[in-house]
Design a protein around this ligand. Structure first.
Ligand SMILES: C[S@@+](CC[C@H](N)C(=O)[O-])C[C@H]1O[C@@H](n2cnc3c(N)ncnc32)[C@H](O)[C@@H]1O
Length: 423
């Protein structure tokens, strides 16, 4: 049995459901060994190419293999006893030449924060034990001093830990401790390059972060042979990420000529500037209102729609519940027209991953009525988080099982809804 860990991004609920969706799509049999808001650890009989998964996922910041499991004693972890030279040299140092640079991250796999202070002490102890073993074996080493118990990916990158050493990862749960090493980190520079450097970004109509676009595509569970459409394409974030994920048939449309031109220009730019972008794949960008989807695309021709529609005008102050209700009434009519079109152009079993607006009020998220909307047009909602894990992610999951994306300071939050056309 192999065991792998995935370190979850800033929205752990989305990161978790994305990983589950991608593993299922790739028919990987797995069981969940440990899950917290910080990390998912799975067991599988398959050998996973962890780097390939990190390249696909938008919401995973690091991933690696777990190579040992130890029991936790009352007074903490006895590193002298449990971290032996055999274990360390075989798992982390084999094949390394010259001075070894390493760092340690300690993850909290419990639901309580009371151990966190202890973990911070643990980090120092682990580093000293590793250094001692390396010295005894005539290996010169240096470790990354860190105030944080979880090393940021930038620290790993800039200290070249993966090429010149290792990141030692410790996962502490109630009775046991899992230890492993990081094999791959997210290419955060590439995400921010695509986000910030593309020639056209329409801040006024809103831009979806590339990582979220990628998560949404992955949540669809559809493979890259599928025909994918974004009918509210804006400046083309979702089509660009779909291309990088290997989708060969990408359709995009928008009712604004500016958005169509921006998307076309951004995709042309990506052909030259974005590593891994496949200029030879089909990318069709059209000017079309969602009202005309049925005449723009053949009935039953689309496998998957991933989209962020118009979410309302830009507002700078928190709106009252009444004004949100008024906005929702206006938006409902746009969404009804969109969903009617989706129901006609999608194949049976076709999937939609769509953003809806949400506003955080004192008594929770104020959401648009998608339940009746989906029912009316023959869709059923798919839950992306298994029910037994919902409590862990209660701050991101709504009562109806959808996930909210947004920070405390954002006025409009995004509700991510996955739904499927009934056969
Ligand atoms: C929030 S933006 C999409 C942003 C996009 N996800 C991105 O990252 O650039 C919504 C888009 O919906 C388009 N739109 C609004 N109403 C529309 C309609 N009735 N039919 C088609 N597109 C529409 C707007 O022109 C705008 O580009």
């Amino acid at each position: 049995m192999n065991s792998y860990f995935f370190i979850l991004g800033r929205n752990p609920a989305l990161s978790f459901s994305e990983i589950i969706s991608v593993l299922k799509k790739n028919s990987v049999p797995f069981t969940i060994k440990s899950l917290s808001r910080e990390a998912l650890i799975i067991s599988t009989e398959n050998t996973l190419s962890v780097g390939e998964y990190v390249n696909i996922l938008g919401g995973t910041v690091k991933a690696g293999e777990v190579f040992s499991e130890i029991n936790k004693e009352k007074e903490g972890i006895n590193w002298e006893k449990n971290l032996t030279p055999e274990l360390l040299l075989k798992s982390c140092v084999s094949g390394k030449v010259g001075k070894v640079h390493f760092g340690t991250s300690i993850y909290n796999q419990t639901t309580e924060d009371k151990y966190v202070a202890q973990y911070n002490r643990e980090q120092g102890r682990v580093n000293i034990q590793i250094k001692k073993i390396l010295k005894q074996n005539q290996i010169s080493s240096g470790f990354v001093q860190s105030k944080e118990r979880i090393l940021p990916t930038a620290t790993i990158l800039y200290n070249k830990l993966l090429s010149n050493g290792f990141e030692f990862s410790v996962f502490v749960s109630e009775g046991k401790v899992l230890i492993g090493k990081t094999l791959s980190i997210q290419d955060f520079n590439a995400f921010s390059f695509r986000d910030m450097n593309r020639p056209f970004r329409d801040k006024k109509s809103g831009i979806i972060p590339p990582k979220l676009a990628r998560i949404m595509i992955n949540l669809s569970g559809k493979d890259s042979q599928s025909t994918i459409l974004d009918p509210f394409c804006g400046s083309g974030t979702i089509p660009l990420e779909a291309n990088l994920l290997g989708f060969r048939n990408i359709l995009a449309s928008d009712n604004s000529q500016k958005a169509v031109s921006d998307t076309q220009a951004n995709l042309e730019w990506a052909k030259i500037h974005v590593l891994g972008f496949k200029g030879e794949y089909m990318l069709q960008v059209l000017k079309a209102d969602v009202e005309t989807l049925m005449s723009t695309y053949k009935p039953g021709s689309i496998d998957v729609i991933v989209t962020e529609p118009y979410l309302g005008p830009t507002i700078f102050n928190k709106p009252t519940k009444e004004s949100v209700e008024t906005l929702f009434k206006e938006l409902s009519s746009l969404y009804q027209r969109a969903l009617l079109g989706f129901s006609k152009i999608l194949k049976p079993g076709g999937v939609v991953v769509m953003v809806f607006p949400s506003f955080l009020q004192t008594d929770g998220h104020q959401l648009i009525d998608t339940v009746n909307l989906l029912e009316k047009f023959g869709f059923e909602k798919k839950n992306s988080i298994p029910q037994n894990y919902a409590n862990l992610f209660s701050s991101e999951i709504t009562k109806r099982g959808t996930v909210i994306y947004g920070g405390e300071l954002d006025i409009v939050h995004r509700e991510i809804v996955v739904f499927q056309k009934k056969d």
